[in-house]
Design a protein around this ligand. Structure first.
Ligand SMILES: NC(=O)c1ccc[n+]([C@@H]2O[C@H](COP(=O)([O-])OP(=O)(O)OC[C@H]3O[C@@H](n4cnc5c(N)ncnc54)[C@H](O)[C@@H]3O)[C@@H](O)[C@H]2O)c1
Length: 243
């Protein structure tokens, strides 16, 4: 199996794309550390996978929480993960003219700063433990590239994640740690279930495949980027949108 013997930490693991990534990376042989702000959701993801995996309640916008998660991981596995997947994310949509400062800050703190903090802490551990062949996969979004009405906070955070990915890929290359981003289109998940039907219909018509994606269709690309099959893919932003 392509990920046999590898340890993977996945944020946002209690739902949607993060949960699908836990299932598919475990299928491909990885041991999973599932992280979510809602500890019970992360635990529910891990339960069917078995006792060799770990779930932790972590808010990715808190550096204290992330450091504690890293320590718990080191305690259990005696090594840091060589795969890091940043899937935790939130939306708080509103038109720019109406958006509150709090909603702007909340989305930036989870999506952008959270990705930074997780990358920084886990990559520091990889370097300290001489873990070569590392792979970090950040879930950005196609709207970071195209823009989207009502999502000035979210789209900016996701453009930031793409840019941060490129910087990290240049800095971490010498440690043999690759860093890539995935830009999903509209994927069916609890995050998108709250989008009004009228807006869903517009997305559907604009997609060449005329359907929404499933979380597993993102998770398969995560698994590819996590594995040595993508050993020369670095600093890339891969669109997975159905066209
Ligand atoms: N669903 C889509 O259409 C879509 C499209 C593009 C990008 N994305 C991105 O993919 C990622 C996953 O989205 P999803 O559709 O699975 O959403 P989701 O809402 O189903 O899952 C997100 C998970 O992140 C967790 N989370 C939120 N804030 C957190 C925090 N501060 N710390 C730790 N965990 C936290 C939530 O509890 C939840 O379990 C997000 O980054 C999202 O922006 C989703």
């Amino acid at each position: 199996m392509s990920l046999s013997g590898k340890l993977a930490v996945i944020t946002g693991a209690g739902s949607g794309i993060g949960r699908a990534a836990c299932n598919i990376l475990a299928r491909d042989g990885a041991t999973i550390v599932a992280i979510d702000r809602i500890g019970a959701s992360a635990a529910a993801t891990i339960k069917p996978l078995g006792d060799s995996h770990l779930s932790l309640e972590v808010d990715v916008s808190s550096s204290d929480n992330i450091r504690a998660a890293l320590n718990d991981t080191l305690k259990k596995y005696k090594k840091p993960p060589s795969i890091v997947v940043n899937s935790a994310g939130i939306t708080k949509d509103n038109f720019l003219l109406k958006m509150s400062e709090q909603d702007f800050d909340d989305v930036i703190n989870v999506n952008l700063k959270g990705t930074f903090l997780v990358m920084q802490n886990f990559a520091q551990a990889m370097v300290a433990h001489n873990i070569g062949g590392g792979s970090i996969v950040n879930i950005a979004s196609i709207v970071g590239k195209t823009g989207n009405m009502g999502q000035v906070n979210y789209a900016s955070s996701k453009s930031g994640v793409e840019s941060m990915t490129r910087v990290a890929s240049k800095e971490f290359g010498k440690f043999n740690i690759r860093v890539n981003a995935i830009l999903p289109g509209f994927i069916k998940s609890p995050m998108t279930d709250k989008v009004p039907d009228k807006v869903k219909e517009i997305y559907l018509q604009s997609c060449a495949l005329k359907r929404f994606g499933q979380p597993e269709e993102i998770a398969e690309v995560i698994s590819f980027l996590a594995s040595d099959k993508s050993s020369f893919v670095n600093g890339a932003s891969i669109e997975v949108t159905g066209g």
